[in-house]
Design a protein around this ligand. Structure first.
Ligand SMILES: [Zn+2]
Length: 256
């Protein structure tokens, strides 16, 4: 049976029996893969980072194409990303990213997605408290984009006119696209001005725009967009922990 060695990020782990677990990895070489890990004692790996979510390392998998669940030979963490697990806001952001990948990624190589996840989780872990929301937005929107769900921001979805730099648009949630100032939008459709549009474009490319503002509105758009287009209408609990009210810096400029 072929043995595959690949860089991998552990997205989820759940017990299967007293001594085995099912681990779901996003790997660089074969994309999303589920693997059975045998001989893992209950609780034994806690704190070691071995089967803690978001640990990144090298997985050795006995791989057979016809199986849904592969067999994990070994997982050696090179970066346990423990800084994500220790901060509920970072953990919440990483959980949203993981959920999008678990729901929509395939068992097929998508190295850009692997890099976006790996790099984004690293930056989310490393940033200061004021940078968390920006990194969450960048990580999650870049995953949305790489999974093929990215919204259209350049052209009015109703009439096809290219929006001018200064145009105020409205975000058509169902279409996953913008309506320009000349076209009526659904009642309650959120306004999205030139700055917010530029910032959202940066997020889709995995960047955090300088001078980010309106974090709360950006989180709300990400929440609504993923709920509607990627999560079958069910909101992720994790967003509650990301709301600006739940941390002190709000959208105020940094005082330091
Ligand atoms: Zn239009």
């Amino acid at each position: 049976m072929p043995i595959l060695t690949t860089p991998a990020i552990l997205l989820r782990s759940h017990p299967y029996s007293e001594t085995s677990r099912v681990l779901r990895f996003y790997t660089r070489d074969i994309g999303l893969v589920g693997a059975m890990a045998r001989g893992v004692r209950k609780g034994a790996s806690r704190g070691r980072g071995g089967t803690a979510s978001f640990g990144e390392g090298v997985a050795v998998i006995t791989f057979r194409d016809s199986r849904d669940l592969q067999s994990l030979h070994e997982f050696t963490p090179t970066n346990a990303h423990l800084g994500l697990a220790r901060d509920f806001r970072r953990l919440a952001g990483a959980s949203v990213a993981a959920e999008l990948v678990l729901r929509h990624a395939q068992q097929e190589p998508h190295p850009e997605l692997f890099e976006a996840l790996s790099g984004g989780l690293g930056r989310l872990e490393a940033t200061g408290p004021e940078g968390v929301v920006g990194e969450v937005l960048s990580l999650c929107w870049s995953i949305v984009q790489l999974l093929g769900f990215g919204p259209e921001l350049e052209v009015c979805t109703a009439c096809g006119v290219v929006l001018e730099d200064g145009d105020m648009g409205r975000f058509d949630l169902e279409e996953g696209a913008i309506r320009g100032p000349g076209c009526p939008a659904a009642e309650g459709a959120r306004r999205i001005g030139p700055v917010a549009r530029t910032h959202l474009t940066a997020f889709l490319h995995g960047e955090v725009p300088p001078g980010l503002r309106g974090r709360r509105a950006h989180l709300s758009l990400l929440d609504d967009f993923t709920t509607f287009h990627m999560l079958g209408g069910r909101r992720l609990e994790s967003f509650r922990f990301l709301e600006p009210e739940s941390f002190p810096d709000r959208d105020a400029p940094a005082h330091t």
